[in-house]
Design a protein around this ligand. Structure first.
Ligand code: ATP
Ligand code: MG
Length: 775
């Protein structure tokens, strides 16, 4: 793609307003019409769930094209997930032509930035073939940094380091800026690691997710001409789910909109649930002060849920103090009561949910595809999956990244990445001797050391193997053979040349197959007849299928006519394929029309709707998550998360808790979530199926809600936390109080029952469940 790709229309034809306009505004309410037709200037659509915000954006895109005659390439719509972008494009194409909807840019911030950087890569000193690092690549890179700096991973766990680096990047602080402000010992150490991590990524021509945003801002700052080009290109900008934008995204949107000032943001502050990942709710709250001429439209009618569900959600969110009240009403039916289900344990809970869903399917004819189960953490899904599998109900699980996280797939992709970007050290080192080809660990380590010493990339060092000290002829031959293979692959897919498909270059799926064979990966798994390996082989062939699928989409989305497709460099498809893989998110794997129940985290459920929703594990410590118990802001975010979950339901809602839950292999008593108490009694049907469970803790637990005396609130131990005692093992804190200068707690232990403890002496270790993030 040339550098001027962004200011030129994708076709040579002059743009004509398509004939056969339809009444695009039919069926919209007055405020929705206003939101759709206020196309010039800044517009904020501030509205609650299910009020049609996303629909408004979709209609606006069509309206801009059909009624205002705006060429599609001047339109940019940003959604929160690739799946949402795909759906929006699909809906738009039902009204305008496929060709037009394809020519508009509808994507996530990250995909947009990845594309902008690809096109203007030389401006920020990167090749267009740069790699995008996912979280496991990032882990490897940070471990490498820690190793080089000889810093212990115990004191600086890679996950915490990465989260600190990510926060810094979201605030647009590069390593030097971060270092300049680092004051205390810990922050200074992080700065040191950040510097090393940054240099490893630079050396590898790689960007992590946060870099995609940060480098785009950098590009805009350093190259006003590029920004001007993009401002000319994107004259009409729309951003859905604006409440969850972070600082960098805010800067990007602002910069792009600065010239034409046609920016429409839609969102709901009550649904801001990504604060923990750097989202800044202030962006939406301050929209009107950023754009003093902005018009604001409020949508107050909910089209999604029953009166009961809406009233319950509204009552819950009222408990958040840091919010502005919003009206939301619905013409929909009153609907059924919310089922608040108490079960014995997680298996019992899963069986009950399955039974309820079976009933809804047979009695109320709710299709499987319109039912969903939400949970706070992925680890809760396994028991649920088992129950669905046992009952034969089709289900799908929103873990889009899971396929690409498999070892064999990661290996295959690492080959593709290395072919595209041989400087990419993390991926090169992953596959250099997988499967084994006589390049020993020692050879690699020596090459790495040389690379660091001479400030070159490992591949550069390896390309002169004779000069690496201590390598015997056999090792040199192995290295040379591998390098020859790499070169051959690059030639086959037309890298280094502007080779086109028309010129007989390999198609992407053929190429992927060729790499699987040539690398020895396919043979490696073919030779082993054990079950897991057979599955691995099947997965590898699934990767070829996904390359095939990508090629078809690529021809549709990226290049409008077939001739252009033939003229496009063959390597372009490979770059696009790797980009799509890198940016895949959990929810992207969900197929709406598959006729199966969807299982997903609450975070992934954002923006979606289902006829019937079950939220499981509604327990203190899970929802709200125990990490949030010390912090009012975090607790409010947990409440918003619960609010998002509830408001996905159209007709039926089940909220369940289990009296006992198995954590780390041990069965622990739980406490009902405090959020139950915030739902009006008259809207809920309480169903207790636990038979008092294993020693009834219900009265204990309900009376222990908020049972933390104010002086004990500052203690690091909080109600609901999971702790480990040296003698009693795992337990959950039920109560914390202070008296006589001591902080005391009642802890319910798995095997020893409830014990009163003095916390100063008890040596309780807080069990961190952070390793189970919702993604
Ligand atoms: N004017 C309308 N008439 C009929 N149905 C509507 C209307 N507006 C929106 N809807 C329907 O209401 C549902 C919710 O709309 P949409 O998803 O756009 O809401 P939203 O405000 O984006 O919700 P969320 O905050 O959860 O993202 C959708 O099924 C949509 O088709
Ligand atoms: Mg929406």
């Amino acid at each position: 793609m040339s550098n001027d790709a962004f200011d030129a229309p994708l076709t040579d034809e002059p743009y004509e307003i398509p004939s056969g306009k339809r009444n695009l505004l039919e069926g919209l309410t007055e405020p929705q019409v206003q939101a759709v037709t206020t196309t010039e200037g800044a517009l904020l659509v501030l509205a609650g769930p299910g009020s049609g915000k996303t629909r408004v954006i979709t209609s606006r895109i069509a309206y801009l094209m059909l009624e205002c005659g705006i060429p599609p390439w001047n339109i940019l719509a940003i959604t929160f997930t690739n799946k949402a972008a795909g759906e929006m494009r699909e809906r738009v194409s039902q009204v305008v032509s496929q060709r037009q909807s394809d020519a508009a840019t509808i994507s996530t911030f990250h995909s947009l930035c990845a594309r902008i950087i690809r096109i203007y890569s030389d401006k920020i000193g990167l090749p267009a073939s740069y790699s995008i690092y996912d979280s496991s690549d990032q882990q490897r890179a940070v471990k490498r940094a820690l190793e080089e700096l000889e810093i212990n991973t115990k004191n600086f766990p890679p996950a915490s380091v990465l989260s600190a680096i990510s926060n810094a990047k979201n605030e647009l602080q590069n390593a030097s800026a971060f270092e300049a402000m680092a004051g205390d010992f810990y922050t200074k150490k992080i700065a040191q690691i950040y510097k090393k991590y940054e240099s490893i990524l630079n050396q590898s021509h790689a960007l992590d997710f946060d870099d995609l945003l940060m480098k785009t801002v950098q590009l805009f700052r350093e190259h006003p001409i590029v920004l001007a080009e993009l401002q000319e290109r994107y004259q009409y900008i729309m951003i859905d789910e604006y409440q969850d934008t972070n600082h960098a995204q805010f800067m990007i949107a602002n910069a792009l909109a600065a010239r034409h000032k046609n920016i429409c943001a839609t969102g709901d502050p009550d649904q801001s649930i990504y604060g923990w990942r750097g989202a800044n709710i202030q962006n939406i709250l301050d929209f009107e002060s950023h754009y003093p001429d902005a018009q604001t439209v409020r949508l107050e009618q909910n089209y999604r849920s029953t009166k009961t569900i809406l009233a319950a959600a509204d009552a819950l969110i009222q408990s958040n103090t840091a919010r502005k009240h919003k009206e939301l009403w619905t013409d929909n039916e009153q609907g059924h009561l919310i089922e608040c289900l108490t079960c014995r344990d997680s298996r019992h809970e899963a069986r009950q949910i399955v039974q309820e869903f079976e009933k809804l399917n047979s009695d109320e004819r709710i299709p499987w595809g319109s039912m969903a189960v939400f949970y706070r953490m992925n680890s809760l899904s396994r028991v649920m999956e088992d129950a669905f599998r046992d009952s034969g109900i089709p289900y799908q699980i929103a873990r889009g990244t899971a396929f690409y996280d498999r070892k064999e797939i990661k290996d295959a992709i690492a080959y593709l990445r290395t072919i595209v970007n041989p400087a990419d050290e993390i991926n090169l080192l992953r596959i250099i001797n997988t499967p084994a080809r006589g390049i020993s660990d020692k050879t690699v380590k020596t090459a790495q050391a040389q690379a660091v010493a001479s400030n070159r990339s490992v591949i550069e060092v390896l390309s002169q193997p004779e000069q690496i000290p201590g390598l015997n002829t056999r090792a040199i031959n192995s290295v040379n053979k591998f390098l020859d293979q790499l070169r051959e692959w690059r030639r086959l897919i037309g890298l280094n040349e502007t080779a086109t498909l028309a010129a007989g270059y390999m198609s992407l799926p053929d190429f992927v197959e060729q790499v699987l064979e040539g690398s020895g990966l396919a043979t490696f798994y073919k030779n082993d007849k054990s079950d897991p390996d057979r599955e691995r082989l099947a997965n590898l062939s699934e990767l070829v299928n996904s390359a095939q699928q990508f090629t078809e989409d690529f021809l549709e989305e990226f290049i409008i006519d077939d001739e252009a497709a033939d003229d496009a460099p063959a390597s372009q498809q490979l770059l696009g394929f790797l980009e799509r893989i890198a940016l895949v998110s959990d929810v992207d794997a969900i197929e709406s029309d598959q006729g199966s129940v969807t299982l997903m985290t609450l975070h992934a459920a954002k923006g979606l709707e289902f006829n019937a929703v079950a939220m499981i594990g509604v327990e203190d410590g899970l929802l709200p998550h125990e990490r949030s118990q010390n912090d009012d802001n975090e607790l409010e975010e947990e409440r918003r998360l619960c609010f998002v979950g509830i408001t996905r339901a159209m007709k039926r809602l089940i909220l369940s808790n289990a009296r006992y839950r198995t954590v780390f292999g041990q069965t622990m008593p739980t406490m009902k979530s405090r959020f139950f108490k915030e739902l009006p009694e008259e809207l809920c049907e309480q169903i207790d199926l636990s038979d008092g469970g294993f020693g009834d803790t219900s009265s204990d637990s309900s009376s222990s809600w908020g049972q933390t005396s104010s002086s004990a609130r500052d203690s690091k131990y909080q109600v609901g936390m999971l702790v480990r005692h040296p003698k009693f093992g795992l337990g959950r804190i039920q109560q914390v109080s202070s008296s006589g200068g001591h902080t005391k707690a009642s802890v319910a232990f798995n095997q020893y029952g409830v014990k009163p403890l003095i916390l100063e002496y008890a040596k309780l270790e807080i069990v961190d469940m952070n390793d189970d993030l919702p993604f």
